[in-house]
Design a protein around this ligand. Structure first.
Ligand SMILES: NC(=O)c1ccc[n+]([C@@H]2O[C@H](COP(=O)([O-])OP(=O)(O)OC[C@H]3O[C@@H](n4cnc5c(N)ncnc54)[C@H](OP(=O)(O)O)[C@@H]3O)[C@@H](O)[C@H]2O)c1
Length: 354
């Protein structure tokens, strides 16, 4: 069966990456693409790398245009999709790459985003460990995606950090109350709309910290994921992103206190066991650490870990492509699961190098 697909926000970065991957997906056919200021233009005027979709024209982003497709992917600024998605009556599967349906707690939404809080949808990070608070039994987030009609794809930084630390939290080998994470991020994570601080002249040859001091919007999303993974008590997180001059990519260095008495081999085993059977999340051998370059264009998250004995902390370094595994790849992987397709359909573990 071929599923009809619409992509809203098709002129943006996340929309463009969705389309690049969807164009190679054997079960999905992109029939409709929509924009906002670019509506009416040929898709290829805004996405000149997508030659196989040159026949498409950007329509208006309205419920009437989007309704009736089997699948609709939304790649709109946060706040723009919540109202739209509520008006869809005939869409089997909607996947939102924005934040509108990620947070379960309205107070978190009010504190970090503001405006109307919309219901949380099934979270699109299939590999995340989920620990049942009552039984301590563990499942994966993919179980919650099977047959799901509505999916919230993750924030790219949020999924990188949650994937980095969930194995240690779930195994009880790290504490959740003193997490520190610093991320080198490429500016495509901030979208395509023109902003002065994202001009080439402001970015080249320099590293720019932003959202310093606990203000970044991905903080509550990470806390939510780590609580689901089994964190007992408060999840406290110091989170500092730094814009660096690479178009795509996230390199997140996260550290957390080791639980008393755990050995280095127990710590390493927690991560290796957690991801041993995962097609898209790979733990590197002891002593090896990932580079963002090795994940570009791939639906892959690579991570390496070390024990800092003197500091009593685990150090996890994780790399992924914010547009691929961080957004569009996660969205398509989750859609595959929801529809009962093989999870890796249309997705590649291989990146582009150099
Ligand atoms: N970039 C990433 O790495 C990344 C990662 C994870 C999640 N996300 C999320 O994905 C969403 C899209 O991000 P992006 O980076 O692709 O942003 P972007 O490059 O700025 O693209 C935004 C898209 O939304 C459209 N748009 C703008 N304002 C709109 C409105 N009021 N109503 C309807 N459509 C509107 C734009 O259309 P026009 O171009 O025609 O104006 C464009 O197609 C965001 O919610 C973002 O948080 C992005």
């Amino acid at each position: 069966m071929t599923y009809s697909v619409a992509v809203a926000g098709a002129s943006g970065y996340a929309g463009g990456e969705l389309l690049r991957l969807l164009a190679a997906h054997p079960e999905f056919e992109v029939r409709t693409v929509t924009g906002h200021s670019t509506a009416g233009q040929p898709l290829i005027a805004t996405q000149p790398h997508l030659r196989s979709l040159a026949h498409l024209t950007l329509g208006e982003t309205t419920p009437e245009v989007l309704d009736g497709h089997d699948i609709v992917f939304f790649a709109l600024p946060h706040g723009a999709s919540g109202a739209l998605t509520a008006q869809l009556s005939n869409v089997r599967l909607a996947v939102d790459c924005g934040a509108d349906h990620r947070l379960t707690d309205a107070a978190d939404w009010a504190a970090f985003y503001g405006g109307e809080h919309h219901e949380a949808w099934s979270y699109g990070v299939p590999e995340l460990i989920v620990t049942d608070a009552a039984t301590s039994g563990q499942t994966r987030q993919r179980d919650a995606l099977i047959g799901a009609p509505r999916i919230a794809a993750p924030g790219c930084n949020a999924s990188t950090v949650a994937l980095s630390l969930a194995p240690g939290i779930a195994a009880g080998v790290i504490a959740p109350d003193d997490i520190v994470t610093v991320l080198a991020v490429g500016p495509s994570g901030a979208g395509k709309a023109a902003k002065t601080h994202l001009l080439g002249a402001e970015l080249m040859g320099t590293a720019n910290p932003y959202a310093v001091g606990g203000t970044h919007r991905h903080i509550p999303e990470i806390q939510q994921s780590l609580r689901r993974a089994g964190a007992r008590g408060d999840v406290t997180l110091s989170f500092t992103p730094v814009l660096v001059p690479m178009s795509r990519g996230i390199l997140a260095t996260s550290t957390a206190k080791l639980a008393p008495g755990v050995s280095a081999s127990e710590v390493r085993a927690a991560w290796e066991t957690a991801y041993a059977d995962e097609p898209f999340v790979h733990v590197l051998p002891d002593g090896e650490f990932p580079r963002t370059a090795d994940t570009l264009g791939a639906n892959t998250c690579l991570m390496g870990l070390a024990i800092d004995e003197a500091a009593g902390r685990v150090v996890v370094v994780a790399a992924l492509d914010n547009l691929a595994k961080g957004t569009a790849g996660a969205a398509i992987q989750s859609a595959n699961i929801a529809l009962g397709l093989p999870e890796s359909t249309g997705l590649s573990v291989n990146g582009v190098a150099p």
